[in-house]
Ligand binder design. Sequence first.
Ligand code: PEP
Ligand code: MN
Length: 341
Amino acid sequence: MSKIVIAGPCSVESREQLREVTALLATMPEVTMIRAGVWKPRTRPGGFEGLGEPALRWMQELAAEYGVAYCCEVARPEHVELCQQYGIRTVWIGARTTGNPFMVDELCSALRDSGMAVMVKNPTSPDVRLWLGAIERLQQVGIQSITAVHRGFSMYNTRGYRNAPLWEMALELRRELPGVPILCDPSHIGGQRELVEPIALTARMLDYDGLMVEVHPHPDAALTDAGQQLDPDQLRRLLDSFLIPSTATPTDSDHRLTPLRQQIDDVDHELLSLLARRMELSRSIAAIKHEHDIAVYQSKRWSDVMDDRLQLAGSLGLDADFIKDILEKIHAESVRVQLES
Ligand code: PEP
Ligand code: MN
């Protein structure tokens, strides 16, 4: 399947800006649709909040003139009605809205029977259930075309990103909703131009269905998100690297992947048998603890176990954080089993 590319400015700023960016993007056949924010959710008051209805009027005019389609964010039922009025057929629900089930419900009522396609950004908080929930609400009102957009999560420590990618959250969403295509929004994850391409290439390696990326004819002068918007040449280079088709033929790669996948299956089965054995041992220990009225949780023993395993993990070349997470989960389960036995 060919990749979806949604590109365009963070916000519509003027008729001239919209015309300039549209004229450029209309020459790129890889660009599926142009994004352009009309109502801008601002974290703090006082910034540029979007132009509203006049922007929609220019979009309608330019869509006819250049033969392109636009999409924009909707946050209220009135936005949906205005989009319909001006011929916008695709909208997205922004990160701040996805996290609010009341607002999602209101949008669902407005979108029902509209025939519109809807994209759903992940919520700002790292809770995959809110993202799933918003998509399920749209499915329940019969929206036929739904696409997820991964734009990263607000967190205390985003490790250099504007919004932490937490790729595993997006993988979980895809496992739960395998039929829903997913786009990566590297602009809002990265927050800086230099990070857009590496993030997009990670999405390529994770087989995302495409990108939603911010592009502005003069990014440094942009009224919103100036630091993260690409100029048209940067978009060209990004698409050249993101859209390279994979060189492997299926038979070639299958031939080499199948035996290795078989070994992975065997290792996983072994891991599960070992975990079952570990829980059995834990139950035997629980019986002795209960008999002698010894507390289930022994902090000294647990910290010795952790130190020993982390040292071993280091010598085996395993990532310490990864092993710590796994050991904490195993230990928590062991405590649960002992309390219940
Ligand atoms: C945007 O796409 O410009 C935007 C505001 O996105 P988000 O909802 O991901 O913050
Ligand atoms: Mn933006």
